[in-house]
Design a protein around this ligand. Structure first.
Ligand SMILES: [Fe+2]
Length: 210
């Protein structure tokens, strides 16, 4: 059977994520984002997007971070992934789906803007941001990644405090889809229980004892 162009894009994106050196932006993270985005997508009426496009966006959104050598602290991961996707998928996808994918990928890291102006984002971009943010309070992801050995002590403390602050203060206003709100409620409860009370992960992570 001939593969559709979106299927080819998904396979290519998975291939890049599989080679990731960044334990927070690896294939498992992309798979989680895909699964969550599809879950939200199926419970909402979102026009002019297909499940294939949702999956492809999930596999391409972090290819920039995945292509680096471990920890990257910068604010161009959306634009970086867009550039890579534009180069790699230019001959794979037709114009319309490519344009939608590139816009969503480029916008996926504009979380602060999203919290205050979600309507200025495309439907695919909204889906991608919310699914991506729902993987932040994921316990297994913290276990896999936050102790990244190539971070200095200072970077680790800043990183953990920043992520916790986002989950506590910013995230409650991020989720606009009803399904996303439900998932966030459940995940954040499990996360705080685990992180602060059951395992004292905060101290393990900043002292690099995970
Ligand atoms: Fe991501």
């Amino acid at each position: 059977m001939v593969k559709s162009s979106l299927e080819v894009a998904i396979v290519k994106g998975r291939g890049l994520m599989k080679k990731s050196n960044d334990s927070l932006h690896d294939l498992k993270h992309a798979e989680n984002v895909e699964q969550t985005a599809l879950e939200i997508f199926k419970s909402e009426k979102i026009e002019k997007i297909s499940t294939g496009l949702v999956s492809a966006a999930a596999y391409w959104h972090d290819v920039y971070k995945a292509s680096g050598n471990g920890f990257r602290l910068n604010n161009i991961d959306g634009r970086g992934s867009r550039l890579i996707a534009e180069k790699e998928l230019g001959n794979t996808l037709s114009e319309k789906p490519l344009k939608k994918l590139l816009r969503a990928v480029a916008d996926h890291d504009r979380v602060f803007k999203y919290a205050f102006s979600p309507k200025s984002f495309s439907p695919l971009g909204r889906l991608l941001i919310e699914a991506d943010m729902l993987d932040v309070p994921d316990i297994d992801r913290w276990k896999r990644g936050v102790s990244r050995k190539n971070m200095t002590y200072f970077q680790r403390v800043v990183f953990v405090l920043f992520e916790l602050m986002c989950i506590a203060l910013l995230f409650p206003r991020i989720f606009t889809f009803e399904k996303a709100q439900q998932i966030f409620k459940k995940k954040s409860k499990e996360f705080w229980d685990f992180f602060l009370f059951k395992e004292s992960y905060f101290f393990k992570i900043i002292t690099n004892r995970v």
